[in-house]
Design a protein around this ligand. Structure first.
Ligand code: BGC
Length: 881
């Protein structure tokens, strides 16, 4: 291989043991220098060569040959015209929907016990015995489920993916998995088994544990085909159908929220033939995302026995996953494992901060509880692979049985995302902050981006809208995010509204009577459908994804514009019976979550007051038009830019004009002549400045007011979900770098480092997630406020894309030193290759070094303002600080 040989070949889809595609995967690789004459592509399909073809780009190239068909095995390579051929990249095509001949099978329905609750029901096993009489050359199991399933061939677990087939909007999308099972087959009789539980399909949704609404029926189902190719070239397919049998399972109950119980002493019994086609299922698709896996194993940092006899295992890190137990004790011994994020003053597990309460629902207690009854076999291990928990601590109850730390491990389970960025600097607190934000994202990247891995674990749109531009700095989230966007589109309401969370297990689009339906369509949440694809386009150059989401984003923005025009907030109706002319562009007359989770005010007795709990009606009715209109401006402006990228010139012009009108309306209503926003909060000023709503002439004044508000709060931040990520960049952009660093290094609450001081290992939902007395509130693993770590990349290290650049074709490295930090280093894996950067200050001189990948140019701007263009290769620059 020469330097001009392309590397990093990949397709844009998921897969477990090997990449698995649909009919037309897109092809990418890292560019090589001097590829001006384009690239040549060579491919073999099932060892048959395809005609060589050419392409100019290296990124997300449309499949250049005829669409592929089911099961094809593809090898391909690429070279720059005149250069050397790359190594081969191989992938397989899944079993495409039209080629599935298997039936959906369901377990024999067990008589429902009164206590049966969805998400707490027993598991089922579906089996088939089949003979193998000739040597097998090739075996592929294609499988999926409505529920969560594991597949086994002759008792061996298939693949390494967990919680398959993942969470999707099951009325429209379900993904299948493909695995090579040749190694598990034997001559003679073989057993294929699918173990099936409620999962996301029939489990509980959200804080109030509502039953999922994907189906009115009680069933779960699985579908599988085992394709065998023998040495003699003949083939056979073993498919799910009425010849499969339904068995009980040792899984006594399983659900993603409440945990899993297994009784290994129970003998599994055959119940009769599986039922066929009793569910309505969507077509089979192949996921663009990497699978969920067990990505790390952690031993307890301590294992303590309480007076009660219970054990508390501390794993030193809040994460998503489960506990594996290697010693189950003598036959009949029961071990109960509960999972939580916090300990009370005596060191016992305290999960009460994760309970939820709402009028009409009463108190919903969170209980992440696994149980195992031992069969006494030395080889038995407990691993609850039909559930997942958010926890740092486990309370283990097993009577007088001893427990050794060597027998307890935390299995960290999340989507197996490839790391994309790294950051370190001379300040250990900032390094730790970066780490806990990274852990928070991982803990909330379990097949979809969730809000928290315990209380709700649903894909709230607002949370990812806020975090996606940070997520792209931490991991390659391209496929993961495209998968989630499919759900967001699937869940869109007929009127254009975007569901609060996706996959929307409540199916608000079919249940307008639900209370959550009236709270659907919020600024900052639904706007994810515009912002998230835009970030994918900017980061990965995925123009197709803009096209895929275009209709959905347009319908959302059109709904918001119509709502602005037709509905008014009561306070404005009171002001004038007839709307003022600009009001048609104020989005104030429908429900908004608002800034959400700003630092809480204190009551006279010193306790913190939650505005929603304190007075739900007042909170609900509050005028949130400032937030609504600002987001309407940003989404309409972004839509105009997207239209331009897609060559929809008329739409681009129309939305650009509308954006101006919305911006004008926002200024008339919410901006005073002195640069203050009507809602005189830090959040409102940050939003106004970072969204470009404040005219140039008033920016200094608006920023000065922001600083004043920060100072009035004793140099504390006052932002919540929506604007925390933009606070520090806005301060730097308006010339207040010193204030930005003072806030970053603030230690008293509310602050980021204050979280560290109170022991946070992930980012908290509330600024006071653990108060000064050590009591916990709300979730201790919510990533939104951790979006600040993007600032560490873009400002402290100083690495960002150049304005207007796409897919990192050009970047700016502009270190913004501050807070006494003397060096920073990091890298970022871009579609062009990896950019490395380091800076160090010594004796009043800053030295900036790094490497630039081929096909990228950068501008390094030193603190003294000197700008230098750098291109492929290493660079080193120095200047005064
Ligand atoms: C969730 C959030 C979500 C919010 C809606 C909360 O209960 O945990 O993260 O975005 O509700 O405002």
């Amino acid at each position: 291989m020469t330097e001009t040989t392309p590397t990093g070949l990949r397709i844009d889809t998921g897969g477990d043991q090997f990449p698995v595609s649909g009919a037309a995967p897109r092809l990418s690789w890292l560019p090589v220098p001097d590829a001006a004459r384009g690239y040549e592509l060579l491919a073999h399909v099932d060892d048959v060569p395809l005609p060589t073809t050419t392409t100019t780009g290296h990124r997300l190239n449309a499949w250049p040959w005829h669409p592929l068909t089911s099961g094809r095995r593809v090898r391909w390579r690429v070279r720059a015209a005149g250069g050397g051929w790359s190594d081969e990249h191989a992938f397989e095509v899944g079993l495409l929907d039209a080629d599935w001949s298997a039936e959906w099978i369901s377990p024999v329905a067990l008589a429902a016990a009164d206590s049966d609750v969805f998400g707490k029901r027993p598991g089922h096993s579906l089996r088939r015995i089949f003979p193998v009489s000739r040597p097998v050359r090739h075996a592929r199991l294609y499988s999926t489920a409505l529920g969560v399933y594991e597949a086994f061939v002759n008792g061996e677990r298939v693949g390494t993916a967990e919680l398959s087939p993942g969470t999707t909007s099951y009325d429209k999308t379900v993904y299948a998995q493909a695995a090579d099972v040749a190694g598990s087959l034997v001559a003679g009789d073989n057993t294929v088994e699918l173990v099936l539980t409620d999962g996301w399909y029939q489990g509980q949704v959200g804080a109030f544990h509502a039953r999922a609404a994907w189906t009115d029926g009680d069933d779960i189902a699985a579908r599988a085909e085992l394709h065998l190719t023998f040495d003699d070239g003949s083939t056979e397919i073993v498919r799910t159908d009425a010849s499969w049998t339904s068995w009980t399972s040792q899984i006594v109950r399983a659900g993603l929220m409440d945990g899993q119980a297994i009784d290994l002493t129970v003998e599994e019994v055959e119940l009769g033939p599986a039922r066929v086609d009793v569910v309505a299922a969507p077509p089979i698709s192949w996921s663009p995302a990497p699978p969920v896996r067990r990505v790390e194993e952690r031993s307890p940092t301590s294992l303590t026995r309480l007076d009660s006899g219970d054990w508390i295992a501390d794993f030193g890190q809040n994460a998503s996953g489960w506990v594996r137990l290697d010693d189950l004790g003598p036959r009949g011994s029961r071990t109960v494992i509960e999972h939580g994020e916090h300990l009370d003053p005596v060191g016992d597990l305290d999960m009460s901060h994760l309970d939820s309460e709402r009028e009409g629902d009463g108190l919903v207690v969170l209980d992440q509880r696994d149980e195992v009854v031992s069969d006494g076999a030395a080889s038995s291990v407990f691993e609850p692979r039909h559930t997942v928990h958010g926890f740092q601590y486990a309370r283990i109850r097993r009577g007088d049985l001893p427990l050794s730390p060597a027998d307890v491990t935390m299995q960290v389970v999340n989507t197996d995302l490839a790391p994309a960025g790294a950051f370190r600097c001379s300040d250990d607190d900032l390094n730790r902050l970066y780490e806990i934000a990274d852990w928070s994202f991982r803990g909330n990247a379990v097949d979809i981006p969730t809000d928290c891995p315990q209380r709700e674990r649903i894909g709230w749109t607002g949370d990812y809208q806020v975090f996606v531009s940070t997520a792209v700095r931490l991991f390659d989230v391209h496929g993961f995010t495209r998968k989630w966007l499919q759900s967001v589109r699937d869940d869109q309401l007929d009127d254009g509204r975007i569901a609060n969370f996706s996959p929307d297990g409540r199916q608000v689009k079919r249940h307008p009577e639900l209370q959550v339906a009236q709270m659907t369509g919020s600024a900052g949440w639904g706007d994810a459908i515009v912002h998230v694809p835009w970030v994918l386009y900017e980061t990965y150059g995925d123009r197709d994804e803009l096209g895929t989401n275009w209709r959905a984003m347009q319908r959302w923005v059109d709904w918001a514009l119509t709502t602005a025009r037709t509905r008014r907030h009561p306070s404005r109706i009171e002001r004038s019976a007839e709307p003022l002319p600009h009001e048609e562009f104020l989005w104030d007359g429908s429900f908004h979550w608002g800034e959400w989770c700003e630092p809480k005010e204190r009551a006279e007795d010193g306790t913190l007051v939650d505005p929603l709990q304190a007075n739900p009606m007042a909170w609900f009715m509050e005028d949130k038009g400032e937030v609504g209109t600002a987001y309407l401006f940003r989404s309409t402006s972004t839509l105009a830019r997207i239209a331009a990228v897609l060559g929809r010139d008329a739409d681009a012009a129309r939305y650009a004009t509308l954006a101006e009108q919305v911006g004008d309306a926002w200024r008339i209503e919410f901006l005073a002549d002195d640069g203050r926003t009507a809602k005189d909060t830090q959040a409102a000023h940050v939003r106004a400045l970072s969204f470009g709503l404040v005219p140039e002439a008033l920016r200094d004044a608006a920023a000065a007011r922001l600083v004043e508000l920060v100072r009035r709060a004793g140099t504390h931040l006052g932002t919540g979900f929506l604007s925390t990520a933009d606070l520090l960049p806005t301060l730097v952009a308006t010339g207040h770098t010193d204030v930005a660093y003072e806030l970053l290094f603030q230690r008293t609450s509310p602050s980021w480092l204050g979280m560290l001081d109170r022991g946070a290992t992930t980012i908290w939902e509330d600024w006071d997630g653990v108060d000064e007395d050590g009591r916990a509130f709300a979730s201790l693993n919510h990533y939104s406020k951790g979006a600040v770590v993007r600032f560490l990349h873009t400002h402290l290290l100083g690495l960002d894309q150049a304005p207007g650049s796409v897919a990192w074709e050009s970047f700016v490295l502009r270190p913004v030193p501050g807070g006494g930090v003397t060096w920073a280093e990091g890298h970022y894996v871009t579609p062009q290759g990896t950019i490395e950067a380091t800076w160090r200050i010594e004796d009043g001189t800053i030295t900036v070094t790094g490497t630039v990948p081929a096909g990228t140019t950068g501008t390094v701007v030193l603190p003294d303002g000197t700008a230098t263009v750098v291109s492929a290769g290493a660079f080193r620059l120095t200047g005064a600080v």
